[in-house]
Write a protein that binds this ligand. Sequence first.
Ligand SMILES: *Cc1c(COP(=O)(O)O)cnc(C)c1O
Length: 414
Amino acid sequence: MNFSPESLMMSYGYKPELSEGAIKCPIFQTSTFVFKNAEEGKNFFEVAYGLREKHPDEELGLIYSRLNNPDLEILENRLTLWDKADDAAVFESGMSAISTTLMEFLKPGDLILYSSPVYGGTDHFISKILPSYGIHTLGVTAYDTKEEVLEKLQNHEHGDKLAFVYLETPANPTNALIDISMYKDVANQYSSEEKQVYMAVDNTYMGPLWQHPLEHGADLVIYSATKYIGGHSDVIAGACLGSKELIGRVKVLRTFLGCMAGPWTGWLLMRSLETLKVRMDQQAANAEKVAEFLSNHPLVEKVYYLGNITPEDGRQYDIHKKQSKSNGAMVSFDIKGGEQEAFRFLNNMKLIKLAVSLGSTESLAEHPATMTHADVDSGLRKKMSITDKMIRLSVGVENHKDIIWDIEQALEKV
Ligand SMILES: *Cc1c(COP(=O)(O)O)cnc(C)c1O
């Protein structure tokens, strides 16, 4: 029987007999592990340091919690199921998953092609930190066609040095979709026998349930596990998933940067994964109701929601049909007016919390232009229609009638 991921989140990869029969994986709050004998210690290190291949039936032994820990290993095994990935690496934050991955696959002189706008922290890392290590950058947007992307590469001084493609789709906060397989073609066009151009997709907005980038040609999927995976606004964590080979490389750098998640974070995320599907299903169902209400409200000018994409949207519609398994639970909208009206709305909410972050059980609202996207270049902000009248909602698991009641009464105050 091939059980669905949601049926395996309570048990997969955990053997109760190794933990006194405890039904749940305990928190292995320990820094180091005792070897049975010196020979075992030698064997474990030979495998961990890549001095020899692991024998087919050999279990990777526990050595030290920066290298491995049961709470992390079991969590990583469970995470692979949703994306059908071979392997996963868990980090102490989404940013450490992103920065470690980029540092592993980029060397001085290389060029990274990335979709813009990306998450603020990612944008800073790519546009400010990577160049200080001699790495060149080239931004593209959701609206660039394949021809335009190839032209940008041809016209770029270091276009021939393309080494990595980094996408975030749907774009935050507008829900503009980026065609993952189109960028795979671009990456392939720049790959050769000596040099493989890898592609990573930040799937935080839609994952791990509603979009599976590996199916569309991505080599790596990255998550801020702080968002839907953690889902309770109480933990910061990240993950990177992909083939055994690529994740093996990412894990080696993680070991030496020391940015793995600790056992307590691992345990919290395992607990979160048990309810991941019911939470996300409910959030998506609520978002549909919220988007419908907003779309019909006279004080709302425009709603940015995947469910509102129609065949008239052309390419966006085709990508949506190909790539999204749900319309998600992120809804942005333009209120009639500007910053003053948007702030009045935000200041009058009673149930929805005024906070950044997303994907949690409670509904959250924020003002992208002055909060999450305050640092984005003003020209790009305008191009992406991130204006003073935009409000971003992350829809939670509350009763949808209460969420809508809150939106309605806050709009009345405007
Ligand atoms: C939050 C977020 C990140 C960063 O994750 P942290 O866990 O805060 O480090 C990266 N990408 C996206 C899309 C995010 O929403």
